[in-house]
Write a protein that binds this ligand. Structure first.
Ligand SMILES: *Cc1c(COP(=O)(O)O)cnc(C)c1O
Length: 341
């Protein structure tokens, strides 16, 4: 049985989070002399530590309660806080499926937590048989499931994810950074049924706000309470909260841009399939394509010479480049450059 008390670090259970000036007074006052702010300027006040407006809009959009939402300084913060809340440094472990997003590794190392890297099968799906012993280890506290997965582009089978959710007594973090580009549904709808689930999403990809640094975690409110205790009190700036609110008010534009990117992806796949240097195109549920080429290092360097930067993933998947879907103009430049090779 999953037990949140049991998997939370003792010091975090005992922690009383920082209570900011704006936490203690609720309402609207005329004179604010509580936070040593400067009375002059337009960004002179501390931001809303609870990001109430952003959460309200997101709760409508995602059909969850505000209490089930954590807003982070990018989803990198969602990942880092998971280690800090659940993993005793030097003792507990986390698990991920490789190849995947590099930040799990970095965050684990920063927190002095061993990361078990379970290799994906040849079709980039999860090997449940090999996973089974880890599901039963008490010191394994976190499993990161990146779906759609970066850099492979595929989603994991629902059966595998459900099996892990139902048979693992630690926390399962499903990283849905690319979910908006995918034909698959978000696991947000599974929150009620899954007490050990955290969903991580971001404004950096489909929302086009990578420069803003805002990510979100969705989980049951007891888990979100732990996040709220551990986060720095003013972790999302006023500028960042406003940028996200503005973008949440232009859902139509979000849909238009997302569909352009998805159409451009189809176009790129067609073009790639005509190129001799491309030996395999992996199906993608994201805004990038993993392509196997005749020689990734050479082709990567040739593109760099033409001032086109792709991601060389040769060390993760032999001879593969991960290519982000750009604008129509950028994609045409890429195709023209590849045709010259
Ligand atoms: C890009 C990406 C993110 C986004 O991270 P932010 O800190 O929100 O910019 C998260 N997870 C994965 C797998 C990604 O590829």
């Amino acid at each position: 049985m999953f037990n949140l008390e049991k998997i939370t670090r003792t010091n975090i259970k005992a922690l009383k989070g920082y209570s900011s000036a704006r936490d203690e007074f609720k309402g609207v006052a005329e004179v604010y002399l509580d936070a040593n702010e400067n009375p002059f300027g337009t960004l002179n006040r501390y931001p809303d530590p609870k990001q109430i407006k952003v959460k309200k809009r997101l709760s409508e959009l995602k059909n969850v309660e505000s209490e089930q939402i954590f807003i982070g300084n990018g989803s990198d913060e969602v990942i880092d806080l998971a280690f800090r809340i659940f993993c005793e440094p030097g003792k507990d472990k986390a698990l991920t499926f490789s190849p995947t997003y590099g930040m799990y590794d970095v965050s684990a190392a920063i927190n002095n937590v061993e990361l078990i890297k379970q290799p994906l099968l040849a079709d980039f799906q999860i090997n449940l048989n090999q996973l089974q012993p880890y599901l039963e280890m008490d010191e394994v506290k976190l499993i990161f499931i990146c779906s759609p997965n970066n850099p492979t582009g595929n989603c994991f089978n629902d059966d595998s994810i459900t099996y892990i959710l139902e048979n693992f007594n630690g926390m399962v973090i499903i990283d849905e950074a690319y979910i908006d580009f995918s034909s698959r549904a978000s696991y947000i709808t599974k929150l009620e049924a899954s007490p050990n689930l955290i969903i991580s999403q971001t404004f950096s990809k489909a929302w086009g706000l990578a420069g803003v640094r805002v990510g979100a975690a969705y989980a049951n409110s007891e888990i979100i309470n732990l996040y709220n205790k551990v986060k720095p009190p003013y972790n999302v700036s006023t500028l960042n909260q406003n940028a996200v609110l503005e973008s949440l008010n232009s859902i139509a534009q979000f849909e238009i841009n997302k569909n352009i990117i998805i159409n451009e992806k189809e176009k790129l796949v067609k073009e790639f399939s005509t190129l001799k240097i491309v030996t395999k195109i992996y199906p993608s549920e994201a805004n990038f394509i993993l392509v196997e080429v005749t020689n990734a290092n050479t082709i990567y360097s040739n593109l760099v010479e033409q001032k086109i930067i792709t991601r060389n993933r040769n060390t993760l998947v032999a001879n593969c480049l991960r290519i982000t879907i750009g604008s129509a103009e950028e994609n045409t430049k890429l195709i023209n450059a590849l045709k010259q090779l």
